[in-house]
Design a protein around this ligand. Sequence first.
Ligand code: COA
Length: 297
Amino acid sequence: MATRAATKKKPAAKAAKSSKAVVKKFETVLVEKKDRIAWVIMNRPEKRNAMSPQLHLDMNDALEELAIDDSVDVVVITGAGKAFSAGQDIRLYFRGTTGDPVLRHKSKNASHHWRWTTLSKFPKLTIAMVNGFCFGGAFTQVSACDLAIAADDAIFGLSEINWGILPGGIVSWNVVNTMSYRDAMYYAITGDTFTGKEAAAMRFINKSVPKARLKAETTKLAKKMMKKNPTAVRYTKEGIRAVKEMSVDQAADYLNAKSDALKYQDPENGRQKGMAQFLDDKTYRPGLGEYDRSKDL
Ligand code: COA
């Protein structure tokens, strides 16, 4: 669990200054920061952002830095050009590591680490913005992000079956947890593709929008979330993920403890602020929106 010091937010003025920090350059990943949103872009457009060993290493470095970057509240994962990601790089990740067990081991670890371990526990809100092709292994980072939004015409596919493998890593586990059982089974064994619109209808993602509006809609979603108490958002997303694997009694116990921890850890004391603005000031209705974070208690 995070310490009080780790969750304490710097005052707005200080954070704004640090947002001017130079963004480190990566070979296969672009990081752009604007208005406290970090856009992490898989950047091998000529290879449809297929995930090479280098891309996995770069994504790990980029995300580890952003996790503790005070100038960033929301991280968006997306791809350059017409693809989100065409999945693992069949040449470099599979064939290229066949005779090199050390590289295979390192690539596999790095691949799992950023796409699942890091993203699924990321201390800030994460959004997958699926701008185009999304195949195979790329389903893992979509599932790991807290929210997912796609272009209506993005193409998704569990293509592994088409070249004689199964959705490995943890892709099968992810799809069966994120999609319905019937859809997970159907798309894994047929390899049929589906569009962003269909992905939204089957609830693999939150919603799809016309491609021309994708970035604007993602920004809108990120900014909407930035109005909420960030510690409460973090504890809530951790809670939702954790209780999925628990019995009802375990969940009740865990959520009590988690609520107590939030009460203690929240540097802006949102609970008291929210209550005061509703009950005493009567300036907002919690049922219809968040309290004003800029006002002191
Ligand atoms: N691994 C390695 N290289 C890939 C790749 C992948 N997963 N996906 C695309 N590329 C490469 C192609 O080999 C091609 O390289 P080249 O220009 O050196 O020949 C380049 O990216 C462009 O691909 P191309 O197939 O010409 O683009 P497209 O826009 O016509 O089609 C896809 C895009 C994604 C439909 C197609 O590339 C594809 O089917 N890729 C494999 C998807 C897949 O099965 N992924 C699961 C891996 S587990």
